[in-house]
Design a protein around this ligand. Structure first.
Ligand SMILES: Cc1cc2nc3c(=O)[nH]c(=O)nc-3n(C[C@H](O)[C@H](O)[C@H](O)COP(=O)(O)O)c2cc1C
Length: 296
């Protein structure tokens, strides 16, 4: 399939693997690009450029297909990551977690396409005015961090499609061919998929995290308040305690907690972000199997 998104990203199918913090590992990113999608490395929690350089090179060892990165505006090193990614040959990034106003001109100067992740049509219009090359419309059923005013993907996607001229990529609640086709029917020219790829063989996430996604129903996630943001995560006993104010928040959101829970499978140490699509994920598959089914 060829459209404005595949042409912009240089992939076969307009299926983007959403950046997922420390579990956007090179093996998964490369597997997505090798299967015809577009993998994304994450930089949200990185505190130096060397880590990102290593990840880019580890990905390049595994694929000669294009892949991208994500720049998280709350990370003060984002402009340095942008320069590093450009130097390593990356041609497209998503921008999330804040205003893209400052970074878009830099990215364009560096020859990188800017795909801006938005929670509302209003923010999409503003991002387009600042020069966004594409919009990722992220609905409230999605896993991970989101804004406060979220509408569902079903409503947000056509609202954004109507509001902007650049291509729109729908994110949130997409995990199989039905979701992919539905997104295209809503006017999106591509999809960004997160949670489904956690439950893949190539994702570095711990088996416990993957199993909890597979076991969870469509009602098995909660939206947790976190200052000006919200996080959708699996409903675990730890989240139950958080909701009832029985835990010190900072302990379960810091980097140590993230590593202990996401990578080492200790669900009592930290929250496990995931979207409502969990209810439709019944197995751990290879990235290629996921993409082949999705585009079928
Ligand atoms: C564990 C996890 C970590 C995430 N980290 C990031 C991130 O670092 N940057 C970002 O832009 N989005 C992040 N997201 C959002 C995803 O890229 C994607 O947009 C979202 O998962 C799509 O919804 P879905 O989970 O229903 O597929 C994360 C999502 C999850 C589940």
């Amino acid at each position: 399939m060829s459209n404005r998104v595949t042409e912009m990203l240089g992939c076969n199918y307009p299926i983007v693997q959403g950046a997922m913090g420390i579990i956007s590992n090179p093996e998964m990113v490369a597997a997505v690009s090798n299967a015809g999608g577009f993998g994304l490395l994450a930089t949200a929690f990185a505190d130096n450029v060397d880590i990102i350089r290593d990840q880019v090179r580890a990905t390049q060892k595994r694929t000669d297909k294009p892949f991208g990165g994500n720049l998280f505006m709350m990370n003060p090193l984002s402009d340095r990551f942008a320069r590093l990614l450009a130097g390593e040959g990356v041609k497209a990034v998503t921008l999330s977690g804040g205003s893209p106003k400052v970074l878009i001109p830099l990215l364009h100067e560096l020859g990188i396409k800017a795909l801006v992740v938005v929670p509302t049509a209003k923010v999409a219009v503003s991002a387009e005015a600042h020069g966004a090359d594409a919009i990722v419309a992220e609905g409230s059923e999605s896993g991970g961090i989101q804004g406060y005013q979220g509408a569902s993907t079903m409503v947000l996607t056509p609202a954004v499609v109507d509001a902007v001229k650049v291509p729109v990529i729908a994110a949130g609640g997409i995990g199989d061919s039905r979701g992919y086709k539905a997104a295209l029917a809503l006017g999106a020219e591509g999809v960004q998929v997160g949670t489904r790829f956690i439950a893949s063989l190539e994702c570095i996430a711990h088996a416990t995290y993957k199993d909890l996604i597979v076991q969870s129903s469509e009602t098995g996630t909660d939206l947790l308040d976190r200052g000006r943001l919200r996080i959708r995560a699996l409903h675990t006993p730890l989240v139950e305690k958080l909701i009832h104010g029985q835990l010190a928040e900072d302990r379960v959101f810091d980097e140590k907690a993230m590593e202990a829970s996401w990578l080492n499978g200790d669900a009592e140490a930290g929250v496990l972000p995931a979207g409502q699509i969990c209810g439709l994920i019944h197995n751990v598959l290879s990235v290629r199997e996921i993409i082949e089914e999705m585009k079928s």
